[in-house]
Design a protein around this ligand. Structure first.
Ligand code: ASP
Ligand code: MG
Length: 242
């Protein structure tokens, strides 16, 4: 079975957490599954990069900002592959452009258009686990774009849709989707299952767990998305058509 896993910044915040994420990927590979893992930048890397940029320019050009910010995810991807290789799992990291994830040219808030080329399939066919840098793509001019804050979720769902993956699992720091923020409201209730439309309303209303464009894509391509905790076992929440 082909699966897409996505690991967010908090799930990769330090070497120990990143190795834990790599172990989860490795475990599925050893069970015989084909895996594409999408990674965010580690911890608060993207915020730190934005601060660095702000120190050298008050109005950095959007093209260069995208080129700069995309590096955070690329570093995560390469580090994840190193961790996988250390566990004996053959793997390869790909930046968004190498993976062929095409977008429009709206730097900083680009929309995914498609998946060009067959690099990911070629690598999977060679028996390698593919780790794709999230949050980024390439436009028609060949320039790096980014998908907006939190955009790695969208990368994961887009890859699941275009590759025809059976599952898209989003590993994060909460154990599913709640009717309100469980960090603020202890009485918040977790959904076992939630429909795309209801999830979209939550995402647009400010629920931080999934990027709204990711939910739109999941609905359009009917990709079932499972939101799970990186740190605690449990069924999480299944986002699907209901
Ligand atoms: N690293 C990017 C951000 O912090 C993208 C992501 O995490 O999905 O917004
Ligand atoms: Mg993030």
């Amino acid at each position: 079975m082909l699966m897409v896993h996505k690991y967010g910044g908090s799930s990769l915040a330090d070497a120990k957490r990143l190795m834990l994420a790599a172990s989860r990927v490795a475990q599925q590979v050893r069970l015989g599954h084909r895996l594409v893992a999408v990674v965010s930048a580690q911890g608060d890397t993207t915020d730190a990069l934005l601060e660095n940029a702000a120190q050298v320019s008050r109005r950095p050009s959007k093209r260069e900002l995208d080129a700069y910010l995309s590096a955070g995810e690329q570093m995560s991807a390469a580090l994840m592959v190193m961790a996988l290789e250390a566990q004996g799992i053959p793997a390869v990291s790909l930046a968004g452009w190498q993976a062929g994830l095409t977008t429009d040219s709206v730097h900083g808030d680009a929309r995914v258009l498609g998946l060009r080329g067959s690099r990911i399939r070629y690598e999977l066919d060679r028996g390698r686990t593919v780790v794709v840098a999230g949050f980024q793509g390439v436009d028609a001019a060949g320039d790096i774009t980014t998908l907006g804050r939190g955009g790695s979720d969208t990368t994961a769902v887009a890859l699941a849709a275009f590759l025809g993956a059976e599952r898209c699992m989003i590993y994060t720091d909460v154990d599913g989707i709640y009717d309100r923020d469980p960090r603020k409201f202890p009485e918040a209730k977790r959904y076992e299952r939630i429909g795309y439309d209801e999830m979209l309303a939550l995402a647009r209303g400010g629920a931080q767990v999934l990027h709204d464009r990711c939910v739109e894509l999941a609905k359009r391509y009917q990709v079932p998305v499972q939101v799970l905790s990186s740190f605690r076992p449990g069924p999480g929440t299944l986002v699907t058509e209901i």
